[in-house]
Ligand binder design. Structure first.
Ligand SMILES: NC(=O)c1ccc[n+]([C@@H]2O[C@H](COP(=O)([O-])OP(=O)(O)OC[C@H]3O[C@@H](n4cnc5c(N)ncnc54)[C@H](O)[C@@H]3O)[C@@H](O)[C@H]2O)c1
Ligand SMILES: [Zn+2]
Length: 279
């Protein structure tokens, strides 16, 4: 902000963001707040930004150790997706994007998830196939955003994997890339839901192999439980005494539920992080 002010930014100036989700979040927040609003445009250069974050108009900024606690709804005026940017991405950043894509397909339903899961092994090498799934991911997200632009109801399912995922990111000091933490978070949500008797165990077992493959390399990353629970306690979806989390139900479709952070819940989380995750 200080740099733009020093350069004499004025009303009517336009910001152009070229980069991944971090550059997007920062530019979006600047566009929302500098001079009470500037127009901005976005050229996403990571798979995560191209397949997921580029639409939805949210800016999310951390404050202290609370993740995404500051923010606005400020859509980019235009978004230009150019697939060639993906050529130079690290594999972990490709898998970070795939994590959000797996998530959104799981939200659409078991058939949709099974389809992308079956093609998963080819997504890293078959570009046209990957781009088809990028488009499909944006279409699924678009439908939810149009239903609920300001995230008061149906859109909240897009946070599937995120309550747990954000806590994993915070507890590991961001050693796990966002979309990989979300992949682990979705797996953890399925496991915890089965332990709490909300979803069948078969749902967890059906999705686990492909989610596990997507977070490989991070399965032994230590997640100190106390740091994890402290971070979960800061989630925006919590009420005074309950955790707002997105968990799958009987039919495998995720929905927002309020759970008490009791011994059963904590034990399920600890077992996942200490044992189940790496199996
Ligand atoms: N606002 C939203 O709606 C929203 C949604 C999802 C995620 N996010 C946020 O986005 C962030 C994750 O986004 P991300 O995965 O794009 O991460 P990122 O922006 O940190 O980019 C990942 C890495 O890739 C590099 N990079 C970017 N483009 C490249 C390219 N074409 N070739 C080579 N390297 C390149 C970056 O320098 C960085 O090191 C998280 O902070 C997450 O919270 C925001
Ligand atoms: Zn995300």
């Amino acid at each position: 902000m200080e740099k733009l002010i020093a350069k004499g930014v004025r009303r009517g100036d336009v910001l152009v963001a070229i980069g991944g989700g971090i550059i997007q979040d920062i530019t979006c927040f600047l566009a929302a707040t500098l001079l009470r609003g500037l127009e901005w445009h976005f050229i996403p250069t990571t798979l995560l930004a191209q397949a997921d974050s580029c639409i939805g108009s949210k800016s999310s900024i951390n404050a202290g150790d609370a993740k995404n606690i500051l923010g606005t709804f400020t859509p980019a005026k235009t978004v230009l997706v150019a697939a060639r940017f993906l050529d130079t991405l690290d594999e972990k950043d490709v898998r970070s994007g795939l994590g959000e894509m797996l998530k959104v397909h799981a939200i659409e339903g078991p058939d949709s998830f099974d389809r992308i899961a079956k093609d998963y092994p080819r997504l890293l090498t078959d570009r046209p196939l990957l781009l088809g799934y990028v488009r499909r991911s944006l279409e699924i997200k678009k439908r939810l955003i149009e239903l609920d632009e300001f995230d008061r109801g149906p859109r909240q399912v897009l946070n599937y994997g995120h309550s747990f995922g954000h806590a994993i990111e915070a507890a590991t000091d961001f050693a796990v890339p966002h979309g990989i933490a979300v992949t682990m978070g979705a797996d953890m949500a399925n496991y915890v839901a089965a332990r709490l008797g909300r979803a069948p165990d078969s749902h967890f077992r059906r999705m686990h192999p492909v989610l596990r493959q997507n977070y490989r390399g991070f399965e032994s990353q230590r997640v100190p439980p106390e740091d994890f629970f402290r971070a979960m306690g800061k989630d925006k979806k919590n009420t005074a005494d309950r955790m707002g989390v997105i968990l799958p139900g009987d039919d495998g479709r995720p929905a927002k539920v309020l759970v008490a952070p009791d011994e059963g819940f904590r034990a399920a989380c600890k077992d996942y992080l200490e044992e189940v995750r790496s199996k």
